[in-house]
Design a protein around this ligand. Structure first.
Ligand code: ADP
Length: 504
């Protein structure tokens, strides 16, 4: 007999992921409870939920990171479970434990699994013990610079120093020469201490030109666990993902099955339940190495949903309520191609400087195969309090070539006024010949960045600028939603600009 689904769930997050989870709740008939900071009182996720609780001032240290206050809100609103989204409290072992101790269900893995995968060195040790390949290096943290030098010579340069408690690419340093190791070791330690309050640093062989390929897994409480194939996340800037796709051009069905089985083995070793992701580096010679496990729903989960047809949020809620997985490994095979661009409030022309302001105009792409997972609307304030990711634009098409064309088309339709965004940058990537050929690896973007962010303009850049200007003029003059005769002036401004463009 299927156990009953939760009646109500609190979502301990904001922005697009809060909306994503609220939508999943609504589809399953679950009452959703939002939490919000003072800065988010008017945010879309607050209105989308069935109830909402203010949890404090704008800084996340005084609101979204206050686990106890969030648990209190869940109890007072009668929630039975908490979905943490990603970021914030999603990978804090103590929070998962506190939720459980309060008699609530944490929609994610058990606290013990978060702990097992929480430190990179602990995760490496666990992986090695279960025959999961890891990048050659240490599993223990390194005591001093001298020892670091000895180990680096043993593995051979270049090497990578990493913070054991690391995340978000912080505390990582590539060392190419023996003369640099002592200085880099001390710097990495300081950086780790500042960022994570833990100065443990270890060392890995630096792999040249690998792809970042990760495997989505999901398991239930009855011992069933499957993998949902890979995502290619090699388009990164400063170790941060910008574009993700599924499947990967570099992964054959055989490799998918092998990496998938490896990911399931790693997850099982940690006693994993619910959705999670094993990240790997896929080297040029086809060998792959486990990097770490993300013990939560990831930003890029929609590309997997689109190619597998499996709603990850639904299944997170279902397995957390005790339901067995409704599919087996042989039911899963990717169909078509999905791609995601992270639309951030950063200015690519200005070294991706964060941009703040009020969203003054918003025109969303639509049409075949387009999905918008956004957290903004007209009037939204974009501040420096939170992550600059405003939304994700996701497309699905029969193959990669068509997915790239579709993404380009969808990006061309997107207009965001009031803040600088990464839209134009993504358009250029979709036009880039190397990207179109799938010739990407984790250092590709850094190498290519200059040519992707100069002011040369995209194929349709001038047209789009004209369209954006016309639409902005329209919104500023308040004719949005006005009578057709008034709207015409804005549209014809665009047409005029387009005509001029084709002449000039
Ligand atoms: P974080 O948790 O800080 O994101 P990861 O270990 O996941 O750190 O690594 C982040 C990124 O750094 C990877 O996606 C990859 O681009 C790069 N990277 C990590 N380890 C190596 C390595 N040994 N060699 C080359 N690149 C690496």
């Amino acid at each position: 007999m299927t156990p009953p689904m939760f009646e109500s769930v609190l979502i301990a997050n904001r922005g697009e992921i809060a909306l994503r989870v609220i939508r999943g709740c609504r589809e399953l008939g679950v009452r959703s409870i939002a939490v919000y900071s003072d800065a988010d009182a008017g945010a879309p996720h607050v209105r989308a939920a069935d109830a909402a609780v203010n949890i404090g001032p704008a800084p996340s240290s005084q609101s979204y990171l206050l686990g106890d206050r969030i648990i209190e809100a869940a109890l007072s609103e009668g929630a039975q479970a908490i979905h943490p989204g990603y970021g914030f409290l999603s990978e804090r072992e103590w929070f998962a434990r506190a939720v459980r101790d309060a008699g609530l269900v944490f929609i994610g893995p058990p606290a013990e699994a978060i702990a097992a995968m929480g430190s990179k060195t602990a995760a490496r040790t666990l992986a090695v013990a279960h025959g999961v390949p890891v990048v050659p290096g240490t599993t223990e943290s390194i005591a001093d610079a001298e020892h670091a030098g000895e180990i680096a010579s043993k593995f051979g340069y270049p090497v990578l120093l990493k913070a054991a408690a690391g995340g978000g690419g912080k505390g990582m340093r590539v060392v190419r020469e023996p003369s640099e190791i002592a200085g880099s070791f001390d710097a990495a330690r300081r950086e780790a201490k500042n960022a994570f309050g833990d100065d443990a640093v270890y060392l890995e062989k630096y792999i040249e030109g690998p792809r970042h390929v990760e495997i989505q897994i999901i398991g239930d409480m009855h011992g069933n666990m499957v993998h949902l194939g890979e995502r290619e996340c090699s388009v990164q800037r400063r170790h941060q993902k910008m574009i993700e796709e599924a499947p990967s051009v570099a992964v054959s069905p055989e490799l998918r099955a092998e990496m998938g089985a490896t990911a399931v083995r790693a997850a099982r070793a940690a006693g994993y339940v619910n959705a999670g992701t094993c990240e790997f580096l896929l080297a040029r010679d086809g060998s792959y190495y486990f990097l770490e496990m993300n013990t939560r729903l990831q930003v890029e989960h929609p590309v997997t949903e689109l190619v597998t047809g499996i709603d990850l949020v639904h299944w997170q809620l279902r397995v957390a309520s005790g339901e067995p997985l409704g599919f087996a490994q042989e039911d899963i095979s990717p169909k078509g191609w999905a791609m995601e661009c992270r639309i951030t409030s950063e200015d690519p022309a200005n070294d991706f400087l964060p941009s703040t302001g009020r969203v003054s105009y918003l025109h969303l792409p639509s049409g075949p195969g387009v999905r918008w997972d956004g957290g903004i609307e007209i009037g939204s304030d974009v501040s420096l309090h939170y992550d600059p990711m405003l939304a994700k634009l996701i497309v699905h098409a029969p193959n990669r070539e068509l997915a790239v064309e579709r993404m380009h088309r969808a990006l061309s339709e997107l207009v965001i006024g009031g803040v600088e965004t990464s839209r134009e940058f993504h358009l250029r990537v979709m036009e880039d010949s190397e990207f179109r050929a799938g010739a990407i690896e984790i250092q590709w973007l850094e190498r290519r960045l200059a040519s992707l962010t100069t002011d040369a303009g995209t194929e349709d850049g001038a047209m789009l600028a004209a369209l954006a200007a016309a639409l902005l003029a329209e919104s500023e003059s308040g004719v949005r939603g006005a009578a057709p005769s008034q709207r015409e002036s804005a549209v014809s401004a665009w047409q005029r600009a387009a005509r001029q463009e084709s002449i000039g």
